[in-house]
Ligand binder design. Structure first.
Ligand SMILES: Nc1nc2c(ncn2[C@@H]2O[C@H](COP(=O)(O)OP(=O)(O)O)[C@@H](O)[C@H]2O)c(=O)[nH]1
Ligand SMILES: [Mg+2]
Length: 463
């Protein structure tokens, strides 16, 4: 792997636009000498203590023309984010000011950092593993508390620790098997029996399975789910959308066929990012615009994981059954709306009619039953009850991690096959080596420039 970390890099680390402060960050062996050439501290300091802020003036690359009054901090490696010497200028947050400071730094010999290059250096210098580096992106992108908590957990290294403990057991087993292959006649080496090997492998396989089984939930926590509201015209779909969003987003009228476009908004449901879609009502129509809306609704249904199939408590029918039965491979909640218009036993009748599915009755107008619906959405999305501590266990949130775990899981399955068939230990060792490698891929012990590129290119410049 090419490790080009000898040069000094710099970038603006704050987002574009005007702000109170703007930060220019430098990392590398020349960071401090650059400071000495373009920064003069108030009070005449020429030696800067690590991790202390100094107030002073930053000059252009000639060292003569002042650009800004700013705060400057040196963080000497290896006790810094990248593991190298880092310098930050905290300037006034105008775009021109920050650009000029960056320009001065670049003229003094630093190179403009690529996207994610600071974090990449932190990884290459062993400050974080790949899981932790990816957790940094997830933290920056997190939209809800749960997503943030999951990312923070990974940054703290809980997932990496779990993976390593699985890997250590595999490596131990592998070295015993290899010793036996290399020195078959040695006294005391051939002590591990096939049934012991199988028991250990089954155990490890179970552990990997347990971690893998958190993926669906982890993915939901990180990326949320897409929920689509479907139903015949005028049952209250748009009213429901507005109530869940707590704003008047969709137009509501008593005229059937009001909603023609698909409306999509994101809401935060107890920490889950939910993409909620309202659609045109399902019916045969001669209106062209409405027909287009219907086609869009059907297309969007493909992208959704959960359907809120809404019916009117006063006028549901076999047509609804027909639409519902046509929905394949999606989770479904039937929402019996307008419960305020009927008596209690009629509500019960409606719930019974749709009892093949999970049914929630409510009144969007009177705002009754919303809590139960939110609970049901949460449970369908996560597979957890509303009150349980979702995301408290180690969760796999990243598809790259899942692919590698799948690979390791399959290798161990094949390893068990080789012992079941009584094949030579060579085959067993081969599979175990593969499994160890797949696990190592996750934290980045085994990696390629290609994998690194794909991960770090998702970052912004300056991180
Ligand atoms: N009584 C009653 N009327 C409702 C309820 N929900 C919606 N409506 C009314 O039903 C009509 C159609 O609502 P809308 O949300 O536009 O239905 P959509 O066509 O399914 O989007 C409007 O007049 C709403 O005020 C409800 O829970 N109870
Ligand atoms: Mg509507």
């Amino acid at each position: 792997m090419k490790l080009n970390i000898s040069d000094t890099i710099a970038a603006i680390s704050t987002p574009p636009g005007e702000g109170g402060i703007g930060i220019v960050r430098i990392s590398g062996s020349d960071a401090e000498s650059i400071v000495n050439r373009i920064f003069r501290a108030r009070g005449g300091h020429t030696h800067f203590e690590s991790q202390h802020l100094y107030y002073g003036t930053v000059f252009d690359s000639t060292g003569d023309v002042p650009i800004d009054e700013c705060l400057m901090v040196v963080m000497r490696g290896p006790r810094s984010f990248t593991g190298e010497d880092i310098v930050e200028f905290h300037c006034h947050g105008g775009q021109l000011v920050i650009k000029k400071v960056l320009e001065a730094v670049l003229r003094q010999g630093a190179r403009l950092a690529e996207a994610g290059e600071f974090t990449k250096r932190a990884f290459l210098n062993g400050k974080v593993d790949l899981v932790q580096a990816e957790a940094i992106i997830d933290m920056i992108r997190a939209k809800t508390d749960l997503a943030l908590a999951a990312a923070h957990d990974q940054l703290q290294g809980r997932f990496s620790t779990k993976l390593n403990s699985i890997k250590v057991r595999l490596v131990d087993l592998l070295s015993m098997i290899e010793a036996e292959l290399d020195f078959p006649d040695e006294e005391g080496v051939g002590i591990v029996t096939t049934s012991e090997i199988e028991a250990t492998l089954r155990d490890i396989k179970g552990d990997i399975f347990e971690v893998l089984s958190t993926y669906e939930e982890g993915k939901v926590i990180r990326d949320g789910i897409r929920v689509i509201i479907l139903g015949r015209p005028n049952v209250g779909k748009s009213t429901l959308l507005n109530i869940l969003l707590k704003e008047e987003r969709a137009i509501v009228t008593p005229i059937p066929g009001t909603t023609r476009d698909v409306i999509e908004e994101v809401l935060n449901l107890k920490g889950l990012p939910i993409s909620l879609m309202d659609t045109a009502g399902l019916r045969d129509t001669v209106d062209t615009v409405e027909a287009i809306g219907l086609r869009l609704a059907r297309e969007r249904l493909e992208s959704a994981q959960l359907v809120l199939y809404t019916v009117d408590a006063t006028s549901y029918s076999d047509d609804d059954m027909g639409f519902l039965s046509g929905i394949r491979d999606k989770k479904v909640i039937v929402v019996v709306n307008k419960a305020d218009l009927v008596k209690e036993d009629e509500i019960k009748e409606a719930c019974d009619f749709f009892k093949q599915w999970r049914v929630i009755w409510m009144s969007a107008i009177k705002e009754t039953g919303i809590d139960r619906l939110e609970e049901a959405i949460f449970e369908e999305a996560t597979g957890h009850s509303y009150l349980s501590e979702v995301g408290r266990e180690i969760t796999v949130t990243n598809v790259r991690h899942k692919a590698a775990l799948d690979g390791a899981y399959e290798s161990i399955g094949r390893a068990l096959n080789t012992t079941a068939k009584g094949l030579s230990g060579e085959f067993l060792a081969l599979e175990l080596r593969e499994a160890v490698e797949r696990l190592g891929e996750i934290t980045g012990e085994v990696t390629t420039e290609d994998i690194l590129g794909r991960i770090f290119n998702q970052f912004c410049v300056g991180k």
